[in-house]
Design a binder for this molecule. Structure first.
Ligand SMILES: C[S@@+](CC[C@H](N)C(=O)[O-])C[C@H]1O[C@@H](n2cnc3c(N)ncnc32)[C@H](O)[C@@H]1O
Length: 227
């Protein structure tokens, strides 16, 4: 494997993430991939939506499918619930299946059913809506956010792009305007980033902005709601 290829590394909670040497960036916090994804996207995003509006159907958009960690945590949270999630995930640079197989996320899943679901998420066909469970449909699309035009609006957005210092083009006012424009009224966007300019742009776009405690090792995160 050459040094410019994605490489698995272990984060502080023991769970894996991917490291890209060319941009010196990881897919998750090195303080803990599993706990970051759970805290930012599941607890502060999906669970919050279920506890507040509790919409029977949630159209969910993820920016950056990557390892599929947010997807499997979402499937896991929905098991035994009646809410239906249509999960639409954008990923212009899918990871090699061999790399995915070596990720240790199945060690964190509760049982064989959940482990199998992680595999199903990864083997599901791209550019097609695929039922993964009775209440979770996955549509993976090989496309950049810049080129993406949705055919629906979204109750929930997981904004999981690389950090603004590494991928500034995904954090411009125009892109934030575009992506928040996909939200339904009352829809929410969650991200691990709490940069001042990002929050000012969200406020300028008339979103309600909450700065919430971040996952272990990170001070803050953001949840934005469209009123
Ligand atoms: C911080 S990682 C998060 C990945 C994923 N959510 C996970 O849990 O593994 C950012 C992801 O965004 C993807 N990405 C890069 N450029 C993108 C773009 N222009 N539009 C959408 N996604 C992009 C990367 O390939 C990477 O998978």
């Amino acid at each position: 494997m050459s040094d410019s290829q994605p490489k698995i590394i272990v984060t502080e909670d023991g769970s894996h993430t991917i490291y890209l040497k060319n941009i010196n960036e990881t897919y998750h916090s090195f303080h803990g991939a599993w706990q970051e994804s759970n805290h930012v996207f599941i607890t502060s995003g999906l669970e919050h939506l279920l506890n507040t509006g509790n919409p029977p159907t949630i159209n969910l958009l993820e920016i950056g499918f990557g390892t599929g960690l947010n997807a499997i945590l979402t499937v896991q949270k929905l098991l035994g619930k009646s809410n239906v999630v249509n999960y639409h995930s954008l990923e212009p640079f899918p990871l090699d299946p061999e790399l995915i197989e070596n990720l240790n996320y199945t060690n964190y899943l509760k049982n064989e059913q959940e482990k199998q679901l992680f595999k199903t998420i990864h083997t599901s066909t791209w550019h097609k809506s695929v039922p993964i469970t009775g209440n979770f449909t996955l549509h993976k699309q090989k496309i950049t956010l810049q080129n993406y035009q949705p055919d629906r609006s979204f109750e929930l957005i997981y904004f999981d792009a690389f950090a603004p210092s590494k991928q500034s083009e995904l954090w411009t006012y125009q892109i934030i305007k575009k992506v928040t424009g996909f939200l339904t009224q009352g829809g929410i966007l969650v991200t691990y980033c709490a940069r001042g300019q990002f929050k000012r742009d969200l406020l300028a776009l008339e979103l309600q902005v909450e700065t919430l405690p971040g996952p272990p090792g990170k001070k803050e995160m953001v949840r934005a709601t469209k009123n």
